[in-house]
Design a protein around this ligand. Structure first.
Ligand SMILES: [Zn+2]
Length: 384
């Protein structure tokens, strides 16, 4: 018997190790006396550690914030914001290109393809904080308010940190677009229900949801990311974090990595869902590395993510918007380092595609089957 049990265990372990979906599944633990649940990144992601109190203290006491946010005039030149005007609203209402992307700021963006309009990680207020008199502040304004956005079919949420999820935005969205579908990671559904959201779909990594939106078949897929969650003093890791893949049937595929450290899952995501036409990948909030590395990729790692998922075209997000998020890099450094990392990666790799920053509020047309030799330009001159 002992021998058989031994064999069964080995077979199961072998299977778990060779099955990329089991190997890249979140750890889900019941709390004391079976009360509550907590999550963690898979044990096989050996670079993961939750940044502890010691490194937080070290960062607070020894690191200088090098953000160096300049005055308004310089900001308007370096990080122009395209306010959504009537022409822009018309473009959002009736997209004339296969895929369209608008960066609202930090991790909030709008992506449109195949008749579908999706908003990610809705944050519109001045501060991403539990209160509006303190906490990280916006140094680049939003290009539009929720009332200006003509349509939204679905909202995808990567996790519950304040720079990704805001109750005010959720309430406004819920009032304006009552049919909205909310795709949220496991453990966050009850938070949305508090704000009377209907159609809330809680999902865990590798879950898929097939829906029909505007007569078109679309698949929303919850995919792994190396991060963590916390919204209050007592709820750390009590809900999941994730990335999202959205596949419209027989047409385009979009990928949002969510906040993530570099981990060994991106190739699997690309193999399962590729080819990916467009990705949104974070490039900022990476310094100092001893604190940020497990939770936020830097531009060089972002380029690795783009390559490993096999993205034809990627847009850089999670930078250039808020000051005081805890990271200390110069405000334009993510852009400069991305440009360097992209040129390096393109040497000898004709299939690299595109990976670039975009300007706040610029409505960016993305070509289907991205031609890597031609730049896409929108009317505002913002190019990808
Ligand atoms: Zn974030």
């Amino acid at each position: 018997m002992a021998c058989c049990k031994e064999n069964e265990r080995t077979d199961f372990d072998d299977m778990a190790e060779s099955d990329p979906f089991k190997k890249n599944a979140p750890i889900r633990k019941k709390g004391l006396f079976g009360y509550g649940v907590s999550y963690n990144n898979p044990a096989s992601w050996t670079d993961w550690y939750k940044p502890g109190a010691y490194s937080f203290l070290k960062m607070k006491l020894t690191e200088k914030n090098e953000a160096g946010i300049p005055n308004e005039e310089v900001l308007n030149r370096e990080l122009p914001v395209h306010k959504l005007d009537e022409e822009g609203k018309e473009k959002l209402k009736n997209p004339k290109v296969p895929i369209q992307f608008m960066w609202i700021g930090h991790a909030t963006f709008l992506v449109q393809f195949d008749g579908l309009t999706v908003l990610a990680d809705p944050v519109f207020l001045e501060r991403c904080s539990p209160v509006q008199f303190a906490g990280p502040y916006r140094y680049r304004p939003v290009p539009c308010e929720i009332k200006d956005i003509p349509k939204i079919d679905a909202v995808i949420v990567s996790h519950n940190h304040y720079d990704h999820l805001e109750h005010d935005a959720v309430e406004k969205l819920n009032t304006k677009f009552q049919d909205i579908k909310w795709y949220v990671p496991e453990g966050t559904g009850s938070w949305f229900e508090r704000y009377n959201c209907q159609n809330v779909k809680e999902m865990t990594w590798w879950d898929e949801d097939d829906v029909k939106i505007g007569g078109k078949e679309v698949k929303f897929c919850c995919v792994p990311a190396q991060h963590w969650s916390q919204r209050t003093a007592t709820d750390a890791m009590k809900s999941l974090w994730c990335g999202w893949v959205i596949k419209s049937k027989d047409s385009h595929t979009f990928y949002y990595s969510g906040d993530t450290g570099y981990c060994p899952v991106f190739k699997t995501i690309g193999e399962k869902y590729g080819p990916i036409d467009l990705s949104a990948i974070p490039i900022g909030c990476y310094a100092p590395r001893y604190f940020m590395k497990p939770q936020h990729i830097n531009p060089e790692e972002a380029v690795k993510v783009h390559t490993e998922v096999g993205s034809k075209c990627s847009v850089a997000i999670h930078w250039g918007t808020f000051n005081g998020l805890g990271s200390h890099e110069f405000y334009l450094e993510p852009k400069t380092l991305l440009e360097k990392a992209v040129s390096k990666a393109m040497e000898g790799n004709k299939n690299f595609g595109k990976f670039s920053t975009v300007e706040h509020g610029a409505i960016i047309p993305i070509k289907s089957n991205q031609d890597t030799t031609n730049d896409s330009k929108d009317d505002d001159g913002a190019k990808l």
